[in-house]
Write a protein that binds this ligand. Structure first.
Ligand code: PMP
Length: 361
């Protein structure tokens, strides 16, 4: 068996050590004679797995005591609806920042439930840059401001946390959560689908400040209620138990093998810097994003001759470098450098790119 280097944007690479632990435990979890997949979610064993996962996650990000961590389902896309349903109130209005494909989807969904004020958009600049703090036009009676800290498709990342006074700040952190330290106390709510830096698809994490619970619309579906999830320790119904277990293994790996978020951020910075330098030093490869907003997680790049894209992808795959095609909506290439993508993978990619350029450029 050879594991190849996987640059997929999501579901993404998982740490090999995590997969090995899962493999060793798949038939018999810690001598109990059954798999985690076969356990009742209400059993002492599984409740302990979920509690440890939550505690490790809280420790990693320094989640303050007045925030709930909710393990939900439905992906980040369901959060596009859950956020307005829970926070907007009847006929309410919210501020949204538009920085690309994912913020647009969040905006479209929110419009179904209330009034959306676009606080800033860089669409007129082809989303090559994030709006600056001074560009944000905040409507005063907004229930919250929503932004996407990292646009996974565009490869555009905020280099600051928007300051919005007393208005709750809501962030879609699907593709950069756990990549670097954050000050949770600046946020009202953070959500993220698991399948990038957290674990396998099927789990969605929400971090919510307690005073924001219970503001939901009366017709809010029970399964969409943050308060119901919080009051029931994320077990109102059956949670995605195996995804939660695997995510717990990832948190343990991040804490104990990597050495925490600061260490992870340092490695991530180094990986991204190497790749951007390789792109910038070549006339053959290009990346259009403003330097301060270049994503450390998702690096889109183009070839000087777009006709070579399919050859590039085919040869990369043969060289053991998987999933480098850009999103189907934009084309080009994209290398996702999430936490579980080792530095050696980035080195191998850079060497391949140099060799390809020499042969084809
Ligand atoms: N937001 C962002 C920033 C994303 O990258 C994605 C998935 N790529 C989504 C939302 C949608 O996530 P899901 O597929 O979990 O609904």
């Amino acid at each position: 068996m050879t594991r190849k280097y996987n640059f997929c944007a999501g579901p993404a690479a998982l740490p090999e050590a995590v997969l090995k632990t899962a493999q060793a435990e798949i038939l018999d979890w810690q001598g109990r004679g059954l798999s985690v997949m076969e356990m009742s979610h209400r059993s002492d064993e599984f409740v302990a797995i979920a509690k440890k996962a939550e505690q490790d996650f809280r420790d990693l990000l320094g989640v303050p005591d007045n925030y709930k961590v909710l393990f939900m389902q439905g992906g980040a896309s369901s959060q596009f609806a859950m956020v307005p349903l829970n926070l907007l109130g009847q006929g309410g209005q919210a501020n949204y920042v538009n920085t690309g494909v994912w913020s647009k989807k969040a905006i479209a969904e929110a419009k179904r439930y209330g009034n959306v004020n676009i606080a800033a958009s860089t669409e007129d600049r082809n989303f090559f840059i994030a709006p600056s703090q001074s560009e944000l036009q905040l409507s005063e009676d907004a229930a919250y401001l929503h932004y996407t800290s990292n646009e996974t498709i565009g490869g555009l990342q905020f280099d600051y946390v928007p300051q919005v006074g007393d208005v709750p700040l809501v962030c879609d952190m699907s593709s950069d959560i756990l990549s670097a330290p954050i000050d949770i106390s600046q946020f009202g709510l953070i959500y993220a689908g698991a399948q990038k830096n957290i674990g396998p698809a099927g789990l969605t994490i929400v971090i919510v400040r307690e005073d924001l619970l219970g503001r939901e619309l009366a017709q809010n579906p029970t399964m969409f209620s943050y308060k119901v999830a919080a009051d029931n320790d994320s077990m109102y119904n059956t949670p995605p138990t195996y995804a939660l277990y695997l995510s717990g293994l990832v948190f343990d790996w991040l804490k104990n093998e990597v050495g925490g978020i600061d260490k992870m951020a340092e490695i991530n910075q180094r990986k991204a810097a190497k790749l951007y330098t390789a792109i910038d030093n070549s006339a053959f490869y290009g990346n259009p994003i403003a330097i301060p907003n270049r994503s450390i997680m998702n690096v889109p790049f183009t070839l000087a001759d777009a006709k070579l894209e399919s050859v590039f992808l085919k040869e990369a795959e043969a060289a053991g470098l998987l999933n480098l095609a850009g999103h189907r909506s934009v084309g080009g290439m994209r290398a996702s450098l999430y936490n579980a993508v080792p530095e050696a993978a980035v080195d191998a990619l850079i060497a391949f790119m140099a060799d390809f350029e020499q042969r084809q450029g």
